[in-house]
Each structure stands twice: as structure tokens, then as C-alpha cells.
Design a protein around this ligand. Sequence first.
Ligand code: BJW
Length: 247
Amino acid sequence: MPTIPPNIVVLTGAGISKESGLDTFRDADGIWSQVRLEDVATPEGFRRDPAMVHQFYNARRRRLAQGDIEPNPAHLALARLEREWRGEVLIVTQNIDDLHERAGSDNLIHMHGELLKVRCRQCRKPLVWVGDLDTGHACPDCGRTGSLRPHVVWFGEMPLAMDRINAALRHCGLFVSVGTSGNVYPAAGFVAAVRQAGRAHTIELNLEPSEGASLFHEARYGKASDLVPAFVEEMLSRSGNLTPGPI
Ligand code: BJW
């Protein structure tokens, strides 16, 4: 009987993009030390002051477009894993940057949305948007002015593609969490969901133990650009593409 390699789900967070030059949220120098999340990452904040929220995301969109922001070895290694692993590799990212795509990952879900898209609150259509957005812009589809908002998931809003994510978590043989602090649900609950399904080995790769660290079978601590390429090399060099732990 041929060995069937297990499907892999990789959850990524802001830590994977830190070495590409993008700020995390909750580290000492992170985004939440610069702005109040209630002001910029809630629907209430956007209703109160849309211009200020646009300014916050415009600055991040401009930063993402700067020449020095590029995928780092961790993004590139995950794209290699998807190409060379004989089972399915699904990346579920909480990040709104496009560094996984730029690294070559195809099977990717942006559960918290995408910085380079906006959507119309009237006709709900997401659109690619690379420049600045302000309250004077009209939706190119329905023509309504002031109805465009960043295509991101704020606190109190439902993350995207949850049905597909939950199905993948139930059926994977390996769950890997990279560069996330485990503070924000539902992503913070994925490891528990995987453990409950009882099939998969679980690994955390992070700079430091996350909030849910004790729930993982295995953990490695250090920079994503060191840990992820080493982990991928290890996975691909195992004969038959088998996981490191029991499945
Ligand atoms: C490195 C590194 C290196 C550094 N190498 N590693 C009470 C209990 C439970 C849940 C809730 C509750 N009250 C409210 C909730 C729900 C709420 C929530 O979780 N709140 C918590 C704060 C408690 N969640 C929601 O509201 C979500 N929706 C939801 O639950 O819907 C269900 C529902 C809706 C309505 C009614 C009923 C039910 C939505 C969450 C949306 C999160 N949005 C944001 C902003 C997105 C857009 C943007 O980017 O601006 O998403 S917040 C922010 O946090 C962003 C991130 O994706 C997310 C996670 O952060 P992440 O990635 O973990 O970053 P950090 O900074 O926290 O961690 C980085 C890690 O990397 C650290 O550990 C570092 O050590 C490490 N690191 N350098 C490796 N070089």
C-alpha cells in the first residue's frame, strides 16, 4: 500500500512578516503601541471617523508597496512546501499583506482580509485597490460615494472562509502555527479544534511561547526566517513525506 502523505494546514500571523519589515501588533514596538485598536480595527471606530481609519490603512498600503518589503525565507519555504509536498498544503493567514502570494503560495486563505482590496458596503463587491482610499471615492461598480471600506476583518466581524477553514482543520494530519501570539479568536482556537478532532500532530513555530503554547504537541522558538526553512527541509527530506509526529 502506498503511504498517503497527510494534509497540512499552516496558520500564519504577523510574526512571519516581521523580518520582511512589517510591524506585528502586540510586540512592544507593535501597531497597538502606536494606535488604539478600538479606533482603527472596529466597525464602531470606522463609523466614528472613517477618514482616520482610511489614513491608517493608506499608510500600511504605502508601506507594503515600498521596495524593501519582500517575502522572507519563511514565506518562500512555505511556498516550497506547497510545491513539493505530496499532500495538500493550505496556508490560512491572519495577515492582510500579500507576502505569501508574492512568495508563490497558491492555496491560501486570508481569513482577516487583504490590504490590497477594498469593498463596497452597498453592493459588497471586493475590488483590487493599490492606492490611497478616502471618503470621497465612489464605488466603481454601483457609483455610490463614501461606501468603500478596507477589505479587512475588524473585531466583532466574522472572519472569512470559516467553513472551508474548519473543514481543513478537521481533516488535516499536521497543523503548524507560525508567528502568531494566540490572542485573537477564532484563529487562537484552531489548535484546540484540531486536537479535539484527534487526528493531527500540532507544532508551534514562534519567537516565544504563544497564549496557547501548552496545547501544541511540539514547539520550536526563534525567528521565523530560521525556523520555517529548517522545518520545511526536515519535512521534505523525510522519506514518503511523513509528518514528524504521530498522526
Ligand atoms: C515572531 C517574530 C519573528 C515576532 N519570527 N515570530 C472574549 C473571548 C474570546 C473571544 C472574544 C472575546 N471578546 C471578543 C472576542 C472575539 C474577538 C477576539 O478574539 N478578541 C480578543 C482580543 C479577545 N475576535 C473577533 O472579533 C473576530 N471575529 C469573531 O470572533 O467573529 C465571530 C463573531 C462575530 C460577531 C458576532 C459573534 C461572533 C475578528 C478578529 C479580527 C482581527 N482583526 C485584526 C486586524 C485585521 C486588519 C489589520 O491588519 O489591520 O487582525 S486584529 C490583529 O490581530 C490582526 C491580526 O491578524 C490579529 C492576530 O495578531 P497576530 O498575527 O497573532 O500578531 P501579534 O502581534 O499578536 O503576534 C505576533 C507574534 O509573532 C508574537 O507572538 C511574536 O512573539 C511573534 N514574532 N517576531 C517569529 N521574527
